[in-house]
Design a protein around this ligand. Sequence first.
Ligand code: PLP
Length: 391
Amino acid sequence: MPAIVPAFQRIGEENAFAVLARATELSRAGRDIVNLGIGQPDFPTPPHIVEAAIQALRDGHHGYTPANGILPLREAVSADLHRRFSVEVSPESVMVVPGGKVTMFMAILMFGEPGAEILYPDPGFPIYRSMIEFTGATPVPVPIREANGFAFSAEETLALITPRTRLLILNSPANPTGGVTPKAEIDRLVAGLEAHPHVAIMSDEIYGTMTYDGEAHVSLLTYPSIRDRLIYLDGASKTYAMTGWRLGWSVWPKPFYDAARKLAVNSHSCVNAATQWAGIAALNGPQDAVHAMMSAFDTRRRLVVEGLNRLPGVSCITPKGAFYAFPNITATGWKAKPLASALLEDAGVATIGGPDFGVHGEGYIRLSYANSAENIARALERMGEFLERRR
Ligand code: PLP
């Protein structure tokens, strides 16, 4: 039997997909399952975006595109970033990729090797750690604490930097906590990073359009002192309910850009051409559907937080971004993963155990409120009934 290289023994997965598979299996067996496990909007892609893709196919956009993406899409990204953050980003530094994940894949490959240290948020998106380990680099978790509103602590992050640190991964608004790092904290972090010019930064802003209570998203792109080593990760998946289309974009400093473009040439060649035209329609077209989706998420956010805080042994701070709640379940007497599993098998509610997002996720479960208000209410009722019964 031919052996695959050992790096593949170190590569991880997203348990969210395993939970989805189990939830689907239970549904097929006739169980009524409410799925609060999955991290994708429950809305369809807005129709004008779908139409743009159909039109692109009719117009004959069937071939390869440049590996870094078609110019009109890179121009649309550049214009969108200017509109949102008043920053100048040349279309020459914008790369179109098949989903936000591909930017993190490229960035971690670019800086990860044995001996290198890469800092990443814990709890955080599980693929960060998985990819770091794949490269043989040392993963260094940056603890993300409830006491800090699930924001990054500049002080704690900076204290973890060593001469071997090659990359710092930031994520705000964050998965799985819904935490948003306030501007003052980002200011302190960026000021501190000036003393560490050897550290590249990847800012995962895939939830950048998803903040609540009138709080504006602060992009790392707005800090000129780090622009020459900043990789900005974004995409259409969450904002435009386009997870299955596989469309992301990123901004890279020139030397990193060329390396990323070569990786694209060596792997996926380019993003599906019709999808790229859909991306132009998404960015340049009306944003009403995005606003309507956010207003629905906001209503559900309140519902979920109020409901969770009424459950025995559960407390939940109000998330400021994304579409996740990350309640503290320590007072229920349950460990997080057994609780998530029992909630699915016994109560028919799919959630994800906090440890699936890192060691600092113990004591929490993640609920995605990308589901109808009615289903959220049903899930909360079942969770309450379960916790009363199985304390
Ligand atoms: N970054 C974070 C923090 C995410 O939560 C996700 C998806 O869940 C991604 C990136 C990946 O997005 P995409 O589906 O565009 O690859």
